[in-house]
Design a protein around this ligand. Structure first.
Ligand SMILES: [Fe+2]
Length: 189
């Protein structure tokens, strides 16, 4: 089932870390914008996969080597509350390479690239003098993409792989920036 209100309630119950919540909202809007271009009939599914992909992030014992459970644990929770569908579950698992779930669908491909670009754009925003996302230019994103030491944790290969959906990286950068600017207040940027 696709129900954004229920998804937000579920997120509120399980994900407590503020920056992860903001990250979830950011990936949701980027996924929604990508869906409009690639698979408009599945916009709600793509948005929901983005919103919920890190639902279990506060529940996983990463220090104990449980990284591979990040994704499958979310699916377990979503099944319990009857939220989502198999394609959403697959995309949520595929966004974490440690699960061994292969990228197959367009939705899988989109979330793999949308996940890192949100953190990347946030990092770029924070080096602007006013720290406002409304000031960020697309050119900064394409330039920083080549500076591998800047926000080194943002996976360049994953972000660049959006081209496999027929979207050039500058277009992806613009679409993601516009989407995040649209919810600047919620993101605190
Ligand atoms: Fe994420």
């Amino acid at each position: 089932m696709i129900n954004r209100a229920k998804a937000l309630q579920c997120l509120d119950e399980h994900l407590k870390t503020d920056h992860l919540l903001k990250h979830s909202y950011a990936v949701e809007v980027v996924m929604r914008a990508l869906a409009k271009k690639v698979e408009p009939e599945k916009e709600e599914e793509w948005a929901m996969a983005g919103l919920l992909h890190d639902l279990d992030a506060d529940l996983i014992d990463y220090k104990n080597g449980d990284n591979h459970l990040h994704g499958p644990k979310t699916v377990e929770i979503l099944k319990e509350v009857a939220l989502g569908n198999e394609e959403i579950y697959h995309a949520i698992c595929a966004h974490n390479e440690a699960t061994g779930t292969k990228i197959e669908s367009k939705m899988d491909r989109a979330i793999y690239a949308a996940d890192p670009i949100t953190g990347f754009i946030t990092a770029i925003t924070l080096v602007y003098p006013d720290k406002k996302i409304s000031s960020v230019k697309v050119k900064s994103i394409t330039k920083r993409m080549k500076e591998i030491r800047f926000a080194a944790g943002a996976d360049r290969k994953a972000m660049a792989s959006i081209e496999k959906l027929g979207i050039a990286f500058p277009e992806f950068a613009e679409l993601s920036l516009n989407a995040m600017q649209g919810i600047a207040e919620e993101l605190g940027l």
